[in-house]
Ligand binder design. Structure first.
Ligand SMILES: Cc1cc2nc3c(=O)[nH]c(=O)nc-3n(C[C@H](O)[C@H](O)[C@H](O)COP(=O)(O)OP(=O)(O)OC[C@H]3O[C@@H](n4cnc5c(N)ncnc54)[C@H](O)[C@@H]3O)c2cc1C
Length: 480
């Protein structure tokens, strides 16, 4: 540390941004007793509802951390159907999960619940403080906030959204396609009766709706006149122009509660880590909201990164563990970007894409095709590359029943776990960081497996020596 750096306020991790990704990461780190500070530029949490829902894998993660019971009453469960390019097909049968549904829940509610979870676990969250700069050296990162205050941390994570300051200051490239279209979204009152709206709202291929959202307000989504740099929120006049262009009237809209816009840019950061600085969530990847995947992807990044960064800070991480965050999550985001590109094409009104859409609609009557696409959107299809091995290796495990409750109940503290039906294995040497459940009743197709804190299967087998090798690979050297 050089002499200009402050001695006070030393944190293990500073997170820039308290959206869903930053809040989830803060909580994951606190489960491992990491001293974490989240700095958030906005003084108040976001108030506008931009999310359609939590997907199956995110719902599983909430169950895995004991959060689901708190979240479920705030959302509406619906079948996992119609997710791919909004092609109306029933939910596939036989999804291998205890949570085969989507949870419709507004983004502000999710952020509030995750922020509350992180705070209860001991994370500090300072609102109204924007990260303005940082410098990293061999021992840590000095973070400068917009008022000039400096903080010192061992690691910095940019969870600061699509326009990430952290990513820009890091100089990480963000290649992809710029926005071609922009959509306005907001909540406001209308000056005409409901019957007139129903008569004027015509079916178009473009995103457009105007529907009651409660308390006399209407939720409005309408294509924008052009593409802007999106640094400024839209005005009510922008909505009036858009509505007149698509419906021939502006419906007398007035008194907006909030106005926003989003584009269909598709970009992926080249690197998720540069030294002691990492990127997660929208800071690392952006894509159109078709299929409602962005928040889910960010929360899943956080769960992948949390325990690895904690292990690095606690000192037991194997040398390459932190780099597996990029090698595992970058390809997952790449695949999500690709499926949103495909869905965007399928929503085009042009005759070619419409013909492909009709063909795919037919193909989705084949159960396997429907399941394949829904597993893709809901992130059940992820298989990390852990090397040669059976198909289960690298995949997530569903929440199975055990002698002692359900499996996910044993993952609330984000500790790795050996599930052993042979009952002759031990985790001696790692018991400070790895749990063991000997349970001959566990419905497994393998004798034993090693689960990472994110619920992915890191080893399958029944030999102690082989288990020890994999415990060392993932969770470091034994303590004796
Ligand atoms: C219309 C629409 C519908 C969507 N629907 C869905 C859906 O159904 N499902 C889904 O999964 N996703 C959906 N998304 C995507 C989802 O909203 C985003 O992917 C998600 O918000 C990303 O979370 P994040 O925490 O990474 O980033 P953000 O939510 O953008 O949070 C970043 C935070 O960082 C803060 N910040 C920025 N700069 C700084 C700084 N310099 N210092 C400190 N703080 C800073 C910001 O104020 C913000 O609070 C939708 C998006 C849109 C536009």
């Amino acid at each position: 540390m050089n002499s200009s750096q402050p001695s006070a306020d030393l944190f293990d991790v500073v997170i820039a941004g308290c959206g869903p990704t930053g809040a989830m990461l803060a909580a994951e780190l606190r489960l491992h007793d990491v001293r974490v500070l989240v700095v958030e530029k906005d003084t108040e949490p976001v108030s506008f509802a931009r999310i359609v829902g939590l997907h199956i894998r995110s719902i599983e993660l909430m169950a895995m951390r004991g959060l689901l019971d708190r979240i479920l009453p705030h959302g509406r469960q619906r079948p996992a159907a119609g997710l791919f390019a909004a092609i109306p097909k029933p939910a596939p049968e036989g999804l291998d999960t205890a949570h085969a549904y989507l949870l419709g829940i507004p983004q502000p509610v999710i952020v509030h619940l995750l922020e509350d979870h992180a705070t209860r676990l001991g994370a500090q969250i300072r609102r109204g403080r924007a990260l303005a700069g940082f410098e990293q050296d061999d021992e840590g990162v000095t973070v400068t906030l917009s008022g000039g205050e400096q903080l010192r941390a061992r690691y910095l994570v940019g969870c600061d959204g699509a326009r990430s300051t952290v990513r820009k200051l890091l100089g990480v490239a963000f290649p992809g396609e710029p926005a071609r279209n922009e959509t306005l979204m907001g909540e406001m009152k209308v000056g005409v009766p409901q019957e007139e709206i129903a008569a004027r709202v015509v079916k178009t291929h473009q995103p457009f709706w105007l529907k009651p959202s409660g308390e006399g307000m209407y939720s409005v989504v309408v294509p924008a006149a052009g593409v802007t740099d999106r640094s400024e929120p839209p005005t009510l006049d922008d909505f009036r122009t858009g509505l007149r262009a698509i419906a021939g009237t502006d419906f007398g809209v007035h008194s907006p509660r909030w106005l926003s816009r989003f584009g269909d840019a598709t970009r992926l950061a080249d690197r998720y880590r540069v030294g002691r600085v990492l990127l997660a969530g929208d800071a690392a990847h952006i894509h159109p909201p078709i299929g409602g995947q962005g928040l889910n992807l960010g929360v899943q990044d956080a769960v992948n990164l949390g325990w690895k960064l904690a292990a690095q800070i606690r000192g037991w991480a194997p040398e390459t563990l932190l780099d597996t965050y990029h090698s595992e999550r970058h390809p997952v985001a790449e695949a999500v970007l690709d499926n949103t590109r495909a869905q965007t094409e399928l929503l085009s009104p042009d005759p070619g894409p419409q013909a492909v859409r009709r063909l795919l609609t037919e193909l989705m009557d084949i159960a396997e095709v429907n399941r394949h696409l829904i597993e893709k959107i809901t992130a059940l299809d992820i298989r990390y590359d852990f090397g040669e091995g059976p198909d289960l290796l690298g995949r997530r495990i569903p929440d199975i029943p055990l002698k002692t409750g359900r499996l996910y109940d044993h993952l609330h503290q984000a500790r790795p776990l050996v599930l052993d039906t042979t009952t002759h294995l031990t985790v001696d040497g790692w018991s400070d960081r790895v749990d063991l459940i000997p349970d001959p009743t566990a419905p497994l197709t393998t004798p034993a497996l090693l689960l990472r804190p994110d619920g992915h299967i890191a080893w399958i087998g029944d030999h102690q020596q082989s288990l020890n090798t994999h415990l060392t690979r993932w969770f470091g050297n034994p303590t004796h």
